[in-house]
Design a protein. Structure first.
Length: 127
């Protein structure tokens, strides 16, 4: 099955790095990018992505706030908030937003594990 993945990060280099990993793991999946929350919400309205990989530290709106907005807009989306900030409060907020916390530096294996587990859950969930 082909999925659409939204990569949200204000750093072009970070988006390219995640895209490279996705292309290696799942070359048939569609990938779209956003540099900020406004672009991410627009992409979500237009494309209804299956997965969003969201950086925590972005100008204007942090990744946890964006994760909650993405889930409100598209409840079946699987969201990961990615951050080097491993404070308990950030992780709690991420989970409360219905997202998964992934620590930076993001490894290929951590990303693959997130995608495998969340998409398996998504398939099993009633529509």
């Amino acid at each position: 099955m082909t999925y659409t993945v939204l990569i949200v990060d204000d750093s072009k280099l970070a988006r390219m790095s995640m895209a490279r990993v996705l292309d290696t793991l799942y070359p048939d999946w569609k990938r779209v990018e956003a540099a900020n929350a406004i672009e991410a919400l627009q992409q979500t309205r237009e494309l209804s992505p299956d997965v969003a990989l969201v950086d925590f530290n972005m100008p204007g709106k942090d990744g946890v706030t964006l994760a909650a907005e993405l889930r409100a807009l598209h409840p079946r989306i699987c969201v990961a908030v990615i951050s080097a900030n491993r404070q308990v409060e950030v992780i709690r907020r991420t989970e409360a937003a219905g997202a998964t916390f992934l620590p930076k530096p993001l490894t290929d294996s951590a990303l693959a594990a997130f995608l495998t587990s969340t998409l398996s859950e998504r398939k099993a969930a009633p529509r």
